[in-house]
Design a protein around this ligand. Structure first.
Ligand SMILES: Cc1ncc(COP(=O)(O)O)c(C=O)c1O
Length: 397
């Protein structure tokens, strides 16, 4: 096309776009279930802020991906790994994941029972679409990661929040959980270490809830994405104690690969085969080159992870001290990279923090029982974190 033809095409596109902008609302009626969900509060916060603000709202490591992973991707491109892959993902990657699940989690899951997904986000969505029906109840942690409720709502089943108490250091206790179970209970979405609280569940509670899943025949969807970001505690997967578990894990947090959108789910083979239908018609397969990266991340040296977690721990100690100095109520931080302290008025606090050039996130986005909390992410450099915490000291609450 010559320049004039190009300009004509652009003009036409602009006219069409304007038309849709003007009449879009009248022409397009979206499904009612979309009224049940809202865009993420966290994204909204980012849109509100100027780029010089220090971001303690972000949920991704501030590290670059491991060098060996970067090299493997470059080699992968040279070798032409730019085509569709098998729907479940490259066998070589699934074999590495299977080895990892055995080594780290004592799980015997063969590569055929593993599906590589476009982030843990897709794995959660697939699980919800593939498992939940209209009349089902799905237990979710409150406070909990905001995608859980959205995925349940989009499946048109009913989300039942299970309150996690700050008095229990925000650890889900089997007693809090038990009373919510009834014949309609289809699943529980478990998350340890937790976003947004930074808590790690105790082995006894994980086992007791896994036993309940077996006895009452419901599924546990276990989001273990922060498994490796843990401080002096041990992570347990409920899949060690029950077959009714879908394990979700990925590469976004452990290897700072958020933008590569790569994760996996693993479980009983017949369930995974059925869930594959949702994945197949949704994305066909995860990105080929991200799969190469993920394979290298698992097969290569793990020193990177240790170094990153050590640095997160240093920041965690700083945040813990500052929160304690301010006398704010907060649970013990044992994993992930978040603190979830209570303040007097979270909306005001977040607004004042913004005025001081610090982005935090109000707790209300994470559930019904946390309107007085704010989430602070320490996935930002130590220097910036210290600077931001100094600014937050100016807030009188
Ligand atoms: C608890 C939890 N699960 C899942 C995800 C999504 O991870 P991914 O980047 O793999 O989609 C996040 C991201 O913040 C998270 O915090």
């Amino acid at each position: 096309m010559n320049n004039k033809q190009n300009k004509d095409v652009y003009k036409k596109i602009r006219i069409i776009l304007n038309y849709y902008q003007l009449y879009g609302e009248i022409m397009v009626k979206t499904a009612n279930r979309l009224n049940l969900i809202e865009l993420s509060q966290i994204r909204k916060m980012f849109e509100l802020t100027d780029e010089n603000a220090i971001n303690l709202g972000i949920g991704e490591p501030d590290f670059d991906i491991p060098e060996n992973v970067k090299m493997a991707m470059i080699d992968g491109l040279d070798a032409g790994f730019t085509h569709y892959t098998p729907n479940k993902g490259f066998l070589e990657l699934r074999e590495e994941i299977s080895k990892k699940l055995k080594k780290d989690n004592k799980l015997a899951i063969d590569p055929e029972s593993i599906m590589v997904t476009v982030g843990a986000s897709e794995a959660l969505y697939i699980s919800a679409q593939g498992l939940f029906e209209k009349e089902d109840e799905v237990l979710i942690p409150d406070p909990g990661f905001l995608s859980y409720k959205a995925c349940v709502d989009l499946s048109e089943s009913k989300a039942i929040p299970v309150e996690i108490k700050i008095e229990n250091d925000y650890k889900m206790k089997v007693e809090d959980f038990q009373e919510k179970i009834n014949p309609k209970t289809k699943a529980f979405i478990m998350n340890s270490p937790s976003n947004p609280t930074g808590s790690v569940m105790d082995k006894e509670d994980i086992k007791a809830i896994a036993d309940l899943a077996t006895d009452h025949d419901f599924m546990i969807i276990s989001d273990e994405i922060y498994e490796k970001i843990i401080y002096g505690k041990k992570h347990y997967s409920p899949a060690q104690f029950s077959d009714n578990v879908i394990v979700i894990n990925g590469f976004s947090k452990t290897y700072a690969m958020t933008g590569l959108r790569i994760a996996y789910l693993a479980g009983e083979n017949d369930v995974v085969e059925e869930l594959l239908k949702v994945h197949q018609y949704n994305t066909a397969c995860a990105s080929s080159i991200s799969q190469i990266a993920a394979r290298e991340a698992l097969a290569g040296p793990q020193k990177y992870v240790k170094t990153m977690v050590k640095e997160f721990e240093r920041r965690k100690d700083l945040v813990t001290k500052r929160i304690q100095d301010r006398g704010l109520k907060c649970s013990k931080l044992e994993g992930a990279f978040y603190a979830f302290p209570q303040v007097e008025n979270a909306t005001e606090y977040v607004q004042k923090a913004l005025e001081l050039g610090v982005i935090t996130v109000p707790g209300s986005g994470f559930g019904e029982n946390c309107e007085n909390n704010i989430r602070i992410s320490y996935a930002n450099s130590y220097e910036k974190l210290e600077k931001a915490l100094n600014r937050l000291e100016l807030i009188k609450q």
